[in-house]
Design a protein around this ligand. Sequence first.
Ligand SMILES: [Zn+2]
Length: 469
Amino acid sequence: MATYDLLLKGAVVVDPVGRVDGPLDVGIAGGRVAEVGPGLPGSAAAEVIDLTGHVLMPGVIDTHTHIQGPAMRMMARAGVCTALEMADFRSLLAEFAARGCGLNVAGLQAIGPWAAETPGRAEVAGLIDEATAAGAIGIKMIGGHRPSTPAATELMIDAANRAKAYVAFHVGSTETGSHLRGLLEAIELAGDNSLHIAHVNSYLRGMIKDPAAEVLEGLAAIEGKSNLVSESYLAVINGTGGAVGPDGLPASHVTRNCLRMRGYSADEAGLEQAIRDGYGLVHTEEGGVTVPVTGPAGADIWRARGTQVMMSFPVNQPQATFLCAVRKDGAGRFTVDAISTDGGSIPRNVTVEYGLSLVRYQALSLREFVWKASAAGALMLGLKDKGHLGPGADADVTVLDLARGKAVMTIVGGRVVMANGVIYGTGGTIITTPRGEANVRASGLGCKVVHPEEMLLYTKRRSWPRMPA
Ligand SMILES: [Zn+2]
């Protein structure tokens, strides 16, 4: 009988947690890493894949995604093994059944908004309980798109902390918005509670002050705060909704912001003009992936769908993208914990592609890239068996082609789910808490149980991990 089910030979293995960085083989058995070492014998393996000339890292963990339609295919192609879905846990089981590619996904459920009155504490606690019983690891507040009052926002954060549920926030309340002031307000509203600040880069677009000044102020506000965890993404485009409400205004406040930023009126006519001019990109699905379409063709799609489309605008500032990705505090800890995408079905799953550009420019070392794209996500989700390739770790692996700057193979639990752009994976695993375990198991999908009290959100105050030297 073979010692390994699968032997990955000849790649340069980069695992900052295990302090491994060199040409080594990885032996996999029972879905787990059995051994990492030089010259492991091919004769001991049921299957051998020669990865000479490639880099092998613990699987990419994307801590901010949106999983609808073609999302999982797009993520698997981008080297993502594990993801946190950030808005709609309820649709995840159906998405897996229809288009699972073998990935691991944890989910948050959006609650709110309360734009006028403050809900009762029992009501909010009930919604959190319902979401976590369904299998979500916690809640998301979508303030930037659909704001709640500051009081309601503060209550949601507090109730999630009391329930020891995960809580993430796209900043902005009825008093602020999805920008620097919203970010500073979010930190205030969190107080001593723990909070995941979603996509930090996206609040630093120069809406309040000069973009460079905003970046420094925003990052200084987060730095050193052990009750906050955060991620940022690298793409130039954002993701938002194109829907126009009965009042003739874009339903999403983020879409309104994007229009104002370029001098368009923040209404239906302004949105149509922005699409016609090539500024607004309308998402449509073609060949199993999301394709952004702009100009008159984009406007036609937007109209034909009654404005019910997802959209992007190229609004992210390079200063914010860059500094959120690379900045460290005086103790050598990254100011923003992880690199995410806010991708999935939004066509910007570029952690590997753009992240390797940062490596090429020496803004991050390859080990630092692996830390931010994998190890940090494992800490954030309390996944002790992921984010590294130590013996017994889950055999989740992303194989990189540095010359082409992309992921060429995605392996989850020892199974190849993507190779050279072709998807082989099916089904998948939902990451949930003990509270949601029964419901997830009943779905027939894989189930991995994590414990909120072991997630960086709640452990960071006790111990703030840093990449080993
Ligand atoms: Zn998002």
